[in-house]
Design a protein around this ligand. Structure first.
Ligand code: ADP
Ligand code: MG
Length: 395
């Protein structure tokens, strides 16, 4: 990785601006229901505090659309962080302005100031340079540890980085390591499992991975379009007829490059898109005209698992079926188990795939869980992420 990481920042006696992602879910009473994102930043924050820095934390929360909205205050996050770090965390009344500036100026090493929601200002999402300048003026150096917003060119990341040298925090450095370095120069065999609803959502990922991976496994709703492209009838399944050519192109690329592609050989279907619909198993070549595919079949799940187990690198993005419903979750579960049991490097990205492996209780057996939904997908597509591109280069 050529980007500067916080390990090479000189922070003693400095004020360090850290862009975190504390966009945590709250219940109706404003109580945090899942503090994973706050906990995830603790190693970054502790390292900076131990190094003698004062911290100025910036985050967004919810979608206040450029206005001050009380329910999107970062007050609950500041309180939770204070409990986790066992130190005071002061919440500024705003993220810019005279009062905030005075609070930042008075900060001593070891102290923490959390700025109020940056999205209370429309200038944040507009990447306004003057707004970014005001944020940057609060600190001496900057760190981006908010991978989940790094696919956006917003002021609190990209704008600040134009003014202050910005380094990758531990979370962002880890994402770069696994989603870029490991994927572009994988230990082989490299097996990529792509699923989820639609081919059109992930065509760029498919086209890139079919070139990099040794084996491409395709499941979930998108597999229907591949089955259709191979001339099979997929009944009333979710299918993208207009993406059939895209699927064909992926299959042809695989063939030309000598890559293995695994598609479902059997499927679990139902007569309606309903949680309580009765599941039926069929070979993929004999899907009834009035049924829809909602999961991969057991034979397919075993074949996918067998391909995943010996891989040196496994990347998984997208569930194998409608895993939210118990009757159609088995395929996703079996793949999750195989990814967890794999002894190589395993990487899981994508909001629903991460939810799936977490609901199986297997997340701690994966080498890297990518925390950004949209950002992970953009990274896997090989896109340049503005929030990563803007980071300073390693000296
Ligand atoms: P991720 O968030 O991991 O990238 P996606 O958002 O692409 O995954 O896809 C997840 C969604 O795809 C889930 O809501 C799941 O129910 C749906 N899905 C998976 N297989 C099917 C299928 N066969 N038919 C309809 N929907 C499906
Ligand atoms: Mg999703």
């Amino acid at each position: 990785m050529r980007k500067k990481t916080m390990d090479s920042l000189e922070v003693r006696g400095k004020k360090v601006y850290v862009r975190v992602d504390y966009n945590v879910p709250l219940d109706a009473d404003g109580v945090i229901t899942d503090d994973t994102r706050i906990r995830a930043t603790l190693p970054t924050l502790r390292q900076l505090l131990d190094g003698g820095a004062a911290l100025i934390l910036a985050s967004h929360m919810g979608r206040p659309k450029g206005k001050r909205v009380a329910e999107y205050s970062l007050a609950p996050a500041a309180k939770r962080l204070s409990q986790l770090l066992e130190r005071p965390v002061r919440l500024a009344p705003d993220c810019i302005g005279e009062e905030t500036k005075a609070l930042a100026q008075a900060l001593r090493p070891g102290e923490i100031l959390m700025l109020e929601n940056v999205r209370f200002h429309p200038e944040e999402e507009a990447n306004d340079p003057e707004f970014a300048q005001e944020l940057a003026a609060l600190a001496d150096v900057a760190v981006n540890d908010a991978f989940g917003v790094s696919h956006r060119a917003h002021a609190s990341v990209v704008g600040v980085a134009r003014v202050l040298p910005m380094a990758a925090g531990r979370l962002v450095a880890q994402e770069i390591h696994f989603l870029e370095d490991t994927v572009t120069e994988p230990k082989r065999p490299f097996v990529a499992i792509i699923g989820g609803a639609k081919v059109s959502d992930k065509i760029a990922v498919l086209e890139r991975l079919v070139r990099i991976a040794d084996t491409l496994i395709i499941g979930g709703g998108m597999a229907n379009t591949f089955l259709l492209a191979r001339g099979m009838d997929v009944g009333t399944s979710l299918v993208e007829t207009d993406a059939r050519d895209l699927a064909l192109r992926v299959l042809r690329t695989a063939e030309a490059e000598g890559k293995q592609v695994l598609l479902p050989s059997d499927v679990v279907t139902a007569d309606a898109f309903r949680e309580d619909a009765e599941p039926h198993r069929h070979p993929a070549t004999r899907i009834p005209a009035d049924e829809m595919v909602l999961d991969i079949g057991p034979e397919t799940a075993e074949a996918f698992a067998a391909a995943v187990l010996p891989a040196a690198t496994v990347l998984w993005n997208g569930p194998m079926g409608v895993f939210e419903w118990a009757s159609f979750a088995d395929g996703t579960k079996r793949v999750a188990e195989a990814v967890a049991a794999n002894e190589g490097i395993s990487i899981v990205g994508g909001g629903d795939s991460v939810a799936a492996i977490e609901s199986c209780g297997l997340a701690d057996r994966v080498t890297h869980i990518s925390t950004g939904g949209g950002a992970s997908l953009a990274y896997l597509e090989g896109k340049e992420l503005p929030g990563i591109e803007c980071l300073a280069e390693e000296d």
